[in-house]
Design a protein around this ligand. Structure first.
Ligand code: ADP
Length: 170
């Protein structure tokens, strides 16, 4: 069983085996979590992202998929980059958001990670409503079956996000 814990704060300050980055498909950095990960993690992460673009993801990392790199100077062994869907009021993209959590856990399991920190994927610049984003995150992690991951830690930036996840945990 995977234990789910909640923390309010900056995900780049966490000590875990793997930190999940809410990346964009370019893998070349952006704002929000992505900006913070590259700022604090240093240039080794971007260097590996560039290699991944050149070798495996010439068109970018597709939405809903996940890939690991070094964590550079972060207090973690790996960063797992995943690309959330942009919120749409006309199209249901929940399966893609669930896929981000599921695929990130699959990559973490493949690496043998025991502790994994997730941000609230897609709920920033990509505009996903926080309550629904929290529901999908918690449901997907709960449904994920047995993996090497003993703890999933959701790291929520502000009180509103923390409360939304707390409500889902019940
Ligand atoms: P996306 O593009 O997937 O929406 P963002 O990085 O813009 O990703 O935001 C995702 C969520 O992460 C938002 O709820 C945002 O408030 C939060 N966030 C931003 N920076 C950090 C950080 N350093 N640590 C944890 N959460 C963060």
């Amino acid at each position: 069983m995977t234990t789910i814990t909640l923390v309010q704060g900056d995900i780049t300050r966490e000590s875990v085996d793997a930190i999940v980055n809410a990346a964009n498909s370019s893998l070349l950095g952006g704002g929000g979590v992505d900006g913070a990960v590259h700022r604090r993690g240093g240039p080794a992460i971007l260097a590996e992202c560039r290699e991944l673009r050149a070798s495996r993801y010439g068109k970018g990392l597709p939405t809903g998929q996940a890939v690991a790199t070094t964590a550079g100077e972060l207090d973690a062994r790996w960063v797992i980059h995943t690309v959330g869907p942009v919120w749409s009021s006309s199209e249901d993209r929940s399966a893609l958001l669930a896929s981000c959590y599921r695929e990130s856990l699959r990559v973490a399991d493949g690496l043998g990670a025991r502790t994994v920190a997730f941000p609230a994927i897609s709920t920033g610049v990509y505009g996903w409503p926080m309550d629904d984003g929290a529901r999908i995150a918690v449901e997907t992690v709960r449904a994920a079956g047995t993996t090497s991951v003993a703890e999933v830690r959701f790291v929520l930036f502000d009180d509103r996000a923390y409360q939304a996840f707390a409500a889902q945990l019940g």
